[in-house]
Design a binder for this molecule. Structure first.
Ligand SMILES: [Zn+2]
Length: 441
């Protein structure tokens, strides 16, 4: 039976699970979560399944070893970014040159496999620790964190604020495989959308109807984003929104009759760059550096012979602890309203943010941080700049660190891989940390 981190990681990489928000033709996380569910059941874990979006589910593998607490959660995600432009076969799971190659190898099917392998080792040595271990496999980390949000909402007994039906017709259609249909039918009676359903068979032959995983919120959590196995006690947050310039179209032979939205946006971009370099650069926190801004997308115009009526940019701001995203968003609106009148008769439109992801920070003296640093032999914890599921756990008061094998520099790349040695080191680190946080009674 598959039990090593390498074998598990290879199996996970071989199931395509591109987040459908990056590729509408992708079937999403369904196949990989089905495999994890079966793996967990085969190894005797209590398995919880939670629909998040159509065909996209969270899976929790849980083992209660003598007590509900301490409750330690190893948290990973099953979705990946897209595979466009990759220079290797994305789903081959090839092992070559001491590395496992493929989309998700480092972000984060490799780290998730380490969590599962560590969980299995712990389950097979119950006398060495005491408490409840949960391996949480989240959907939709790469786009809008709706998996972890749904899990936490359910754990605290609140319905998710996100609607559960936000899927394109194309991806719905591609997800109507037989396995998914039969599983949905089997568990629909046990749980409504967004609710937990235990996938353990009841002794009576019926599906168990417990509505909630044991123990509620965990006492400690680790999110396994690749950090080269460095303990991370804080991450920057993220604010994303679109800005539209609305001008007036005209034939390009009479440009004076139009109002070019593209030219107006060009002025706005220069103003924004100045704002990032001056105002955002003043917002600082120890260890985090400063808030930053980046304009990542631009589109405008419909033809070379038409003065463009519309131009849109997408802005990405990285947030620090204590930074009020509403104030940051408002400042930018005010700035453009006041300073971008170089092209008259152009209107500015600001969308509500598409992403608001808070930053998080735990003190270096927090017992979870000091315990993890002691286990890893790391003198002081780090802070990183990327966003992940950890801030959502922290926002609910769950002590959380980010700690995973592999390098974030390898995430989302054209030739993603994880070193086999890192898979072994990651498994050992999670196992040792679990024993330290849940010592034998
Ligand atoms: Zn990730």
């Amino acid at each position: 039976m598959i039990s090593t981190a390498l074998d598990i990681a290879q199996a996970l990489v071989r199931f395509p699970s591109v987040n459908p928000d990056y590729d509408p033709a992708s079937a999403g996380e369904g196949a990989v979560t089905q495999w994890i569910e079966e793996w967990g059941r085969a190894h005797g874990f209590t398995v919880w399944r939670q629909p998040v979006l159509p065909g996209r589910e969270n899976i929790l593998l849980q083992f209660r070893n003598g007590a509900d607490h301490p409750h330690f959660m190893l948290n990973g995600h099953t979705d990946t970014v897209g595979v466009g432009g990759m220079s290797i076969a994305p789903f081959s799971g090839e092992v070559r040159d001491g590395r496992l190659w493929g989309r998700g190898a480092s972000d984060m099917k490799g780290p998730l496999a380490c969590m599962m392998a560590a969980g299995l080792r712990l389950k097979n040595a119950p006398s060495t620790w005491h408490g409840t271990l949960t391996i949480a496999c989240m959907a939709d980390e790469e786009f809008r964190f709706r998996g972890v949000t749904a899990m936490l909402d359910q754990m605290v007994g609140r319905d998710s604020v996100e609607p559960h039906l936000e899927r394109s017709e194309a991806s719905k259609a591609s997800n109507s495989g037989e396995a998914t249909d039969s599983r949905d039918a089997r568990f629909a009676r046990a749980s409504s959308v967004g609710k937990w359903g235990s996938t353990e068979s009841h002794p009576t032959g019926k599906v168990a109807t417990e509505s909630h995983p044991a123990s509620g919120l965990p006492d400690f959590a680790v999110v396994g984003e690749p950090t080269r196995l460095r303990v991370v006690r804080g991450c920057k947050g993220c604010l994303r929104f679109a800005i539209h310039a609305l001008g007036r179209a005209a034939h390009s032979s009479k440009p004076h009759e139009g109002r070019s939205a593209v030219v107006a946006m060009a002025h706005a971009i220069l103003e924004l760059e100045r704002h990032f370099a001056t105002r955002l650069a003043q917002i600082a926190a120890p260890g985090f550096g400063t808030s930053t801004g980046s304009i990542g997308l631009i589109s405008g115009g419909t033809g070379v012979n038409i003065v463009p009526e519309r131009c849109t940019i997408h802005v990405d701001i990285r947030l620090l602890p204590g930074q009020d995203w509403r104030a940051t968003h408002q400042e930018i609106q005010s700035l453009l309203g006041a300073r971008c009148r170089q092209v008259p008769d152009v209107q500015w439109q600001f969308d509500e943010p598409s992403v608001v992801d808070p930053s998080f920070e735990f003190p270096a003296s927090h017992p979870l941080v000091t315990t993890a640093c002691a286990v890893l032999g790391q003198p002081a914890p780090d802070i990183v700049f990327f966003s992940c599921d950890a801030s959502k756990l922290a926002a609910r008061g769950v002590p959380v660190i980010v700690l995973g094998p592999g390098d974030i520099a390898q995430a989302h790349t054209v030739d993603e891989f994880i070193a086999l040695a890192d898979l072994e080191a990651g498994t050992e680190a999670y196992e040792k940390l679990a024993r330290s946080l849940m010592p034998a009674a």
